[in-house]
Unconditional design. Structure first.
Length: 466
């Protein structure tokens, strides 16, 4: 398809109703369910009453199902097709019911268009890339691409498409800010050499735990992990509140980037405010956070000054940076450190977009440590693009649905460069990056949960005084 963004924007601009069905058809499944070849074969038999012996051994099922069309031209709207797709892909349907739902479309969709419908139902990759869809929404609704991309990242394609349909462009601007109790993905900062840092004055932070987001409302405090999943929730008015949550009650309502680490006087310390005014710099946003729960950072005039007396991993934050929610290299970088490799088992992959314009992919991986006869999830880490592609080969077939967990077909063990780890009230945690697949490793090589407190290169949490 030449200039796919323009073609898709034409489809969006031409719709008189909701723009979401167009997006849903070309890209984003609202259900993680897709139909396998066996499902399609069974649906074909239900539609035709054919016997298995009458069908060739390895037919092209998409073509076979498409040829059942009785229409000379397509007379159904894309919105109606999208609704039918939702019904067919519902978890509570069997293949006989799916065949009955699909059958009326054969009198209203011609053979050529029916191929796209069947392909959309199958495990084939989606027709359009995520970046194409976001660009098409931006073009069709005359919204800057950067605004549309960030709104989709924070709020989701579904909601943003609905806002475009009702032309609520003020709400699209507001959708760039995280909302309380809506989990968001936290990208791991890029690892850089000290000479490659793009900013001069910086705030120095020594990683001690894992990134989380804290969502504070009038009634509750909720912690989400870096993949946007709920880890812990507590009601503020309850008589018994967990110790980690009590200091957080001093926070104004909002969404905060934080670090959780066991062994500190305060296990949860706040790094940044994600719901602050967009024109505030990092140092101005940190000034709005009560000192009692603010993680101290040391200000240095240039990056090399940060590494002179510290051999461990360092995060350098740009005090003048504005929020992007993506941890770009203009905001924060991880300074190269001594390798600290440990073996973990990969428990699942997680669909998401962690690189600007990188599209949705299996970008984060949930790892586990040995816990008696089983494995306990202890963290969500990233891997390079090439390594993620290699790990994807071990995953079950799945739909590219943001935030969706994907199981692995076989046990896979990996080496993780551990920056920080521990085991506390919220369970085990590991912050780091997958460096390689440990092909010769087994369960005996995997870190045990009781060892998490001892994996750090320096067990001393250091001086909390900036």
């Amino acid at each position: 398809m030449k200039r796919p963004q323009r073609t898709l924007s034409g489809c969006l601009a031409g719709t008189m109703a909701d723009q979401w069905p167009v997006v849903h058809f070309f890209y984003s499944p609202s259900s993680p369910v897709r139909l396998s070849d066996e499902d399609l074969r069974e649906i074909f038999f239900h539609l035709t009453d054919a016997y298995p012996s009458e069908i060739e051994d390895n037919p092209d099922l998409i073509m076979a199902l498409s040829r059942l069309s009785q229409a000379d031209k397509t007379t159904v709207t894309l919105g109606r097709v999208s609704q039918v797709i939702e019904q067919i892909l519902s978890n509570d349907r069997d293949n006989e019911q799916r065949a009955m739902i699909l059958q009326p479309l054969y009198s209203r969709i011609n053979e050529v268009d029916m191929r796209s419908v069947i392909r959309r139902l199958s495990f084939f990759p989606t027709v359009a890339k995520r970046t194409w869809i976001i660009s098409a929404l931006a073009i069709a609704n005359d919204v800057p691409f950067s605004v549309m991309r960030r709104s989709c990242l924070i709020t989701g394609l579904n909601q943003v498409a609905h806002l475009c349909s009702i032309k609520d462009y003020d709400a699209i601007i507001e959708a760039q800010t995280p909302r309380i109790n809506n989990g968001i993905i936290i990208p791991t900062p890029l690892s850089k050499k000290i000479d490659a840092v793009r900013f001069s004055k910086c705030l120095v932070d020594s990683p001690q735990g894992e990134f989380i987001t804290v969502h504070k409302s009038v009634e509750s405090i909720t912690i989400f992990d870096s993949a946007g999943h709920v880890v812990e929730e507590t009601v503020i008015s309850s008589d018994i509140m967990p110790m980690w949550s009590i200091p957080l009650t001093v926070l104004p309502n909002g969404v905060y980037l934080a670090e959780y680490a066991d062994g500190r006087e305060m296990e949860v310390l706040i790094l940044d405010c994600y719901t602050a005014a967009p024109d505030l710099s990092l140092i101005e946003r940190r000034e709005q956070i009560p000192n009692i729960i603010l993680k101290p950072m040391q200000e240095v005039p240039f990056p090399k000054a940060a590494k002179q007396n510290n051999k461990n991993a360092l995060l350098l934050w740009n005090p003048s940076s504005l929020l992007t929610y993506e941890n770009t290299q203009d905001e924060v970088v991880l300074i190269d450190h001594n390798t600290n490799l440990c073996v973990f088992r990969v428990l699942s992959g997680i669909w998401g977009e962690v690189v600007e314009n990188g599209g949705i992919r299996l970008a984060k991986w949930r790892i586990g440590a040995v816990d008696a006869d089983d494995y306990m999830p202890v963290g969500v880490v990233e891997a390079s693009v090439d390594l993620s592609k290699e790990l994807t080969k071990y995953c079950e077939d799945s739909s590219a649905y943001e935030g969706e967990n994907v199981a692995l077909k076989t046990p896979v063990f990996v080496e993780v460069d551990v920056i920080s780890s521990g085991f506390g009230v919220l369970g085990g945690y590991v912050q780091g990056q997958i460096t390689s697949i440990a092909r010769s490793a087994g369960k005996r090589n995997v870190v045990r949960v009781e060892q998490l407190d001892f994996l750090n290169q320096d067990g001393d949490f250091g001086d909390d005084e900036g």
